[in-house]
Design a protein around this ligand. Sequence first.
Ligand code: HEM
Length: 509
Amino acid sequence: MTFICAFTSFDSLLVAVFGLFAWYALRLLQRKRTGLLPPGPPGEFLLGHYRTVPVDAAFKKYAEWGKQYNSDILFFETFGTKWIVLNSLKAATELLDKRGSNYADRPRFVMFEEMGWSPTLTWLRWGPKYHLHRKVLQPPFTKSKVCQYREHQREQALILCQGLLNDPTDWMNAVRRFSVSIVLKIAYGLEVDSPQSPWMELAKESGEAIGKSGAPASSIMDRFPPTRYLPSWLPFMERLRFARTWRHAIQNITHLPFQAALEVKTPSFVQSRIAIHNSNPPDPFTMEDIKGAAATILIAGSDTTSAALNLLVLYLLLNPEVQKKAQGEVDSLGSLPTFDDIHRLNYLHLVLNETYRMCPLSPLGIPHASLKDDIYEAKLIPKGTIVYPNVWAMFHDETIYKEPERFWPERYLSEEEGGNGEPLPVGMFGFGRRICIGRNLAENSLLIALAIMLATVEIGWPKGKDGKEKRFEPEWSFRGQAIVLPFRASFISRSAKSREMLEIEVAQS
Ligand code: HEM
């Protein structure tokens, strides 16, 4: 008995000493790893950086910290969730493009789960389900495949311009109609037959739900998932309240057009997938996957395009000399622009690129996540770190873009051509393996809408009842996406001839 007791206490002593040693070694290792991490502002006790990073316009604060810490990569941590911000194109291309296989994951989007999303490529973690969705969704949107949608895009661009001239007060609705009608037809074979179409209301609601939900993966639920089970009336749970209030919008946009597509049976992504599904049992791409993928096309494709067009209108309004020059280029065609003309309109492309640069719609991109430990310029990026490319900081870096707040499309021209030889912006559609699948479609939509708008509509300041211009300072929302808040503008026909050409083409379409 005494022997056993003696053995037990010796054993406990051994365990205690070993435990102490292991704890000390772990501390040393952690301290060593912490010393290797990229720099960043100090966090708070327990909360880490939760309250340090502002919810509004976080991208501007990250850019400031980048200068303060003299680093293009910054590190943050809250409740064990680690994230880095990449403030330079060099860091983003090195990590997200060149070492893309290590940064192809996404974090868990707990807030979006709370909002009721179906399987959706955009939020899926790296793995078999993701590969399946990307394999199905990417092919219809390659550069050559998107040509099949051109006729519909041009038709909708003509209707857009007619809408701007007929009802200038409701111009943002005409823009939304344009972008929704393109992806609604591709995904579901459904038409938007009037500005009052119920699909418009659905798209508007889901757009608000996403646009105002904050930067993806940055809520307290994303940083510390158990908080999703707390009551939403608690004062610091405003984003849980938001998620629950707007859940219906995500559910409606996912279910209602899908149900309608099953009934109308016109050619669409949904119909072609259902045909494959029925002829290929058991198809790994289930009906639930088809529903989620179609909703991805509609949601990811409509709001982004509308937001970009709203910005184009704003910058043309604020920069009449740019508008005039772009109109001159389009006028030289002698008829309303078609897709065959687009490649000849060099200034048009510069105007679009300058719009992307001035205000990237997702200033912090959609976050990626790392699959294993990595070292970048002697700094450790631990496995599972969330990675935000700060596209806004890249596009407003004054060492690359002279007077970055100035809208100046000529900046991309060479010095001999009167420009500054600055590089076209890269990264507004993301990076690496997760790059936007809809970028070719979106670019075509924006170019044709812009070209026909320039040919037919003069955009100006809104007028008051006294007939005088009412100038204003644009207002913005920088929670999550960068969105210009609704503003008024005047849209008048450029000439009787352009109006006639527009009416004839709309009637023929
Ligand atoms: C101006 C318009 C658009 C902009 C600025 C835009 C921007 C982006 C960005 C920044 C990402 C994140 C990429 C990354 O993680 O690195 C993304 C992803 C995505 N976009 Fe777009 N997008 C636009 C239009 C569209 C359209 C028209 C569609 C659909 C046809 C679409 C579908 C998607 C999808 C499915 C993803 C997720 C890809 C993945 O996670 O693998 N987008 N987009």
